[in-house]
Design a protein around this ligand. Structure first.
Ligand SMILES: Cc1cc2nc3c(=O)[nH]c(=O)nc-3n(C[C@H](O)[C@H](O)[C@H](O)COP(=O)(O)O)c2cc1C
Length: 437
């Protein structure tokens, strides 16, 4: 991730903050203000109380995500599928780098994001763990509340692989070893966010993205190997049969998750490269939403491919994770409705609405998507309501039950009537030559 950030810095694409900021709200406030006007990554050189600089918004742009996996037509999903078919790149074990230092957890930047958050959080930590008795490591994101040098409290969503590993270990009365990676190679972050099958290796996918095998080193206190090119590694164990309060925490939907009893991670070692850069992700920010979109949109695209549906161009989540938009090149009458059926079933959580649009609609712009629904046909017959289907795993009041499918395409065979009007030359106008400076 450092090499990637360096490349962007050299090209002038990083906003650098040299004045000291507080980790309590100020860093998140500056990040949010910057994200409202630019998708550039930020590098905070000085965060009060820590010697480690902080990078954020590294993944906060669709364009950059597509470039990271070597795509050139703007479609992340299509390129992702091509990339996963490349020959395997098996990771290989090498020695530990000699600039590795052992530090205390609280030497890291302590960042509190939202007003009512229960304290400082690690939000960009990628968990690396192995199934008890298994040999393929899994990677996934899990936020952690920092309690002390020795203890983190972790949120494990119901369906995740790490949750299943932990349950297996717990049933045997054992702790689950895990390493938390902060600032690993960029391909590894994308692999951690992406929906991979239970027995697929995210480390191999990260190697395919890099075009070279990942280099791993042994952990100091665990029977696990971690990528050498990782800024900071926190080693430890998720304790069996122990749950302690975690939260509140300002989450991606824009509200607070209240305090709940969650898993306890006992820290056994923390190592950092000498000049390590800490990665922070503001939950619900474009950086968080782009990574969640990788998971939801890619899974939907793969389901549409598996159903052999033709004419699928791209999938996005706009305005955010709970709304999937599929762009198609209509092939026959009713095509969009068949796409809707498959896409609505592709994710058991997350896609509360699915909207299908034609190939001339910008699926990354919700105004354009909604305009298509409003202008290309009836409101009633193009909306499909599916009642009583659960929609999000943490939903005790059933607020997220039910799904809505919308066919926002133009009627099949009437393309000529729906050609978008345009003013010749408008795209090439340079206003400065008309208005002056
Ligand atoms: C930035 C980010 C933060 C996340 N935080 C959490 C979290 O705190 N708890 C959780 O259960 N899932 C969280 N997720 C979702 C999972 O980590 C993600 O869906 C992952 O793909 C699951 O991996 P798995 O399919 O190997 O189980 C987060 C995802 C992202 C992108």
């Amino acid at each position: 991730m450092r090499a990637y950030l360096d490349r962007l810095r050299r090209a002038g694409g990083v906003r650098e903050i040299t004045r000291e900021v507080s980790g309590r709200h100020e860093l998140a406030a500056v990040t949010q203000a910057s994200q409202q006007e630019s998708d550039a990554p930020l590098l905070f050189h000085k965060v009060a109380g820590s010697r480690f600089p902080v990078m954020t918004n590294v993944f906060g742009s669709r364009r950059r995500l597509v470039e990271m996996i070597g795509g050139n037509d703007g479609s992340f999903c299509r390129r992702w599928v091509e990339m996963t078919r490349k020959p395997a790149q098996l990771p290989r074990l090498v020695g530990a780098p000699n600039d590795l230092e052992q530090i205390r957890l609280t030497e890291l930047p302590q960042i509190t994001y939202f007003e009512h958050d229960g304290g400082p959080y690690l939000t960009a930590g990628v968990f690396l763990a192995r199934e008890p008795g298994g040999d393929i490591p899994n990677l996934s994101f899990h936020r952690c509340q920092i309690m002390s040098d020795r203890e983190l409290r972790v949120r494990l969503g119901r369906s995740h692989h790490l949750t299943q590993y932990q349950a297996k270990a717990e049933a045997r009365g054992e702790a689950l070893e895990a390493a938390i990676l902060l600032g690993p190679p960029i391909g590894l972050v994308l692999a951690a966010a992406a929906p991979l099958a239970y027995d697929e290796s995210e480390l191999e996918i990260a190697g395919k993205i890099a075009g070279a095998p990942l280099e791993l080193r042994r952990c100091r206190t665990l029977d696990l190997d971690v990528p050498v090119d990782t800024e900071i590694v926190i080693e430890g164990r998720i304790l069996p049969g122990v749950r302690r309060p975690e939260g509140p925490f300002g989450e991606f939907m824009g509200y607070y998750v209240p305090v709940g009893d969650n898993h306890v991670f006992e820290v056994s070692a923390v190592s950092a490269r000498r000049d390590a850069i800490f990665h922070s992700i503001t939950c619900g920010s474009p950086e968080d939403l782009r990574l969640l979109e990788v998971a939801v949109a890619t899974r939907t695209y793969q389901a549409l491919m598996a159903a052999s549906l033709e004419g699928i161009i791209d999938v996005a989540c706009v305005p955010f994770t709970m709304s999937t938009v599929v762009k198609i090149d209509q092939q026959y009458e009713g095509h969009a409705r068949q796409v809707l059926l498959t896409a609505l079933g592709a994710n058991h959580d997350w896609n509360k609405t699915v909207i299908v649009v034609d190939d001339d609609v910008d699926i990354n712009d919700f105004d354009d998507v909604w305009w298509a629904y409003l202008t290309r046909g009836r409101a009633d017959t193009r909306a499909m309501v599916l009642s009583d289907v659960p929609g999000f795993y943490r939903d005790p009041q059933r607020d997220h039950w039910g799904r809505l499918g919308i066919d926002a395409t133009a009627p099949f065979g009437r393309k000529q009537e729906f050609i978008r009007k345009r003013i010749p030359g408008a795209d090439a106008i340079d206003l400065r030559t008309y208005f002056g400076d």
